[in-house]
Write a protein that binds this ligand. Structure first.
Ligand code: ADP
Length: 499
């Protein structure tokens, strides 16, 4: 249900907030403490809703429900095709409610409605559909052993999964995490980020409508150091899948190790390079750089925050980059002309502005942007720095906002070395028409995904994840399923076998 917000300048569609409680064992319930927290609209800095604040006691109840659903419920015992069928029903409901889900993320996360509606949201649905299709393609193998023995493997669901997700793609992350775990036959507790709790609760409601059994998906809204910590240190969660900052990734992995040694996969930060060679088409590459740098207001882990440009085209490139960056419209996420919405919250807004100040203070040149915009809301201009040295804070740290740095380089070797000289290794881009350069550089970059003459190109079937400090484990593709499976080998003698 969506209605116009009465602002004649925009096509705003503000959703009515229907779900604000924890989702445990198929029911929406208050937190044990009765406490709630405010979720804020980054456009207006006003409260959208008060949401149940889950803590350890609530996580315990959710894990208990997930445990029961795993140990005694139908979900892990169904055939893969039955699970897949129910997941397909879930996809249909997601697609029917796509506008409402988009609108929830637009007010809660500052996401541009028209862009998310045709990009992230259908992509999230495609992930669920992909894993619905994968559910009946999970199987082991048989091995002929020495001494008349036969071995075979069983691929079993790993058990109860804890998912901890960030605020930058609330609906997307919900499905990136839950879909493969559902296909595997796991049950789960998911904690959305405290900044963006609304859409996950709506997704839980759709899962129930689709017939996903009670206890299979539980949603605990709440904070990281309370609800999140209770998940990562829980003794009865078998697997932890985390997406967020490298800092918190370290903390949750430690908690997993000191509790019950639950398996861990981490999708963490990035400082991704986009390397542009002299022979690249300048006009299209300028637009790639703007997409890679400023999509989702720079709040995404594969943001191409380091743009390396070869010296032959450097001047032309930055002139055109500055010109096109000025064409990016920052404003209300519901306005049809908007390209970039507000940063997710005050903390991020201030953090991004402080990085901009650092850049200026450390001597980088501001090519465009550099200031907040609008009278209220967490809006920041798309910001580009040049004359950045590799050791400046804006060149080394993940900013997670609309701030990119442009560097000049001379040789391929130099580009590779500088692109790799980061503690991260999530994504990278290359722009060149030369196949040899593309091959050499893509093989030399230590990053989980390399885009050649494109950027931000994802697909449900293409694995994605980090090298180095960007974490480990892969999402999407069949690789994304394995962390939710456990392989058991069974060995038995085969007497009088003819073979
Ligand atoms: P950001 O700093 O960009 O907000 P975080 O890594 O802090 O990203 O947050 C990602 C997710 O991790 C959120 O759901 C957050 O609540 C959660 N989180 C934060 N701190 C902890 C913690 N100590 N233990 C478990 N989860 C946490």
């Amino acid at each position: 249900e969506i209605h116009n917000n009465g602002d004649s300048k925009s096509s705003a569609k503000i959703p009515k907030i229907k779900f604000t409680k924890l989702f445990i064992n198929g029911e929406f319930v208050d937190s044990v403490s009765g406490r709630t927290f405010e979720t804020i609209d980054p456009r207006t800095e006003e409260v959208i809703a008060n949401v149940a604040e889950g803590d350890k006691e609530d996580v315990d109840l959710a894990v208990e429900a997930a445990r029961f659903a795993f140990d005694h419920g139908p979900w892990p015992r169904m055939s893969g095709s039955e699970r897949g069928k129910m997941m397909m029903k879930f996809v249909d409901l997601v697609e029917e409610n796509l506008e409402e889900l988009t609108a929830l993320d637009a007010i809660d996360a500052g996401k541009v409605f028209e862009i998310a509606k045709v990009g992230e949201m259908p992509f999230a649905a495609s992930i669920l559909r992909y894993y619905a299709g994968a559910a009946d393609k999970i199987h082991g193998k048989t091995m002929k052993m020495a001494n008349q023995l036969q071995g075979y493997t069983l691929c079993e669901p790993i058990g109860v999964v804890g998912h901890i997700i960030p605020w930058n793609f609330p609906v997307g992350m919900f499905f990136f995490k839950t879909s493969p775990a559902l296909a595997a036959g796991c049950t789960m507790v998911i904690k959305p980020a405290e900044q963006t709790p609304l859409s996950a609760l709506y997704c839980a409601h759709l899962a129930k409508l689709a017939g996903i059994p009670d206890g299979v998906i539980n949603v605990i809204t709440g904070f990281g150091t309370t609800a999140g910590a209770a998940i990562s240190s829980h003794m009865d969660i078998d697997c932890l899948s985390f997406t967020g900052s490298t800092e918190v990734g370290r903390v949750v992995m430690q908690a997993a190790a000191t509790s019950n040694l639950k398996s861990v996969s981490l999708e963490l930060g990035g400082k991704s390079p986009l390397i542009i060679f002299d022979d690249a088409d300048v006009d299209s590459t300028v637009n790639l750089a703007l997409l890679g740098g400023f999509a989702n207001k720079g709040e995404f882990c594969v943001c191409s925050s380091r743009i390396f440009v070869q010296d032959g085209i450097y001047e032309e490139f930055i002139t055109k980059l500055a010109r096109n960056a000025k064409g990016i419209t920052v404003g209300d996420p519901f306005a049809p002309t908007t390209h970039q919405g507000p940063q997710v919250d005050k903390k991020q807004y201030e953090k991004v502005l402080s990085y901009i100040e650092h850049g200026k203070r450390q001597g980088a040149t501001l090519l465009t942007g550099g200031k907040p915009c609008g009278e209220k809301g967490y809006y920041i201009e798309p910001t580009i720095f040049t004359d950045v040295t590799d050791d400046m804070l804006i060149a080394t740290d993940e900013i997670f906002g609309p701030v990119i740095s442009v560097f000049k380089f001379k040789t391929i070797e130099e580009a590779i070395t500088r692109a790799n000289s980061t503690r991260y290794g999530l994504a990278a881009g290359i722009a060149t028409k030369d196949l040899n350069i593309a091959n050499t550089v893509s093989r030399s970059l230590r990053a989980g995904i390399v885009w050649i003459n494109c950027y931000l190109a994802f697909d449900a079937d293409v694995p994605y994840g980090g090298y180095k400090g960007s974490g480990f484990g892969r999402e999407f593709g069949m690789e994304g399923l394995y962390k939710y499976l456990q392989v058991k080998s069974v060995v038995t003698p085969v007497h009088n076998s003819p073979w």
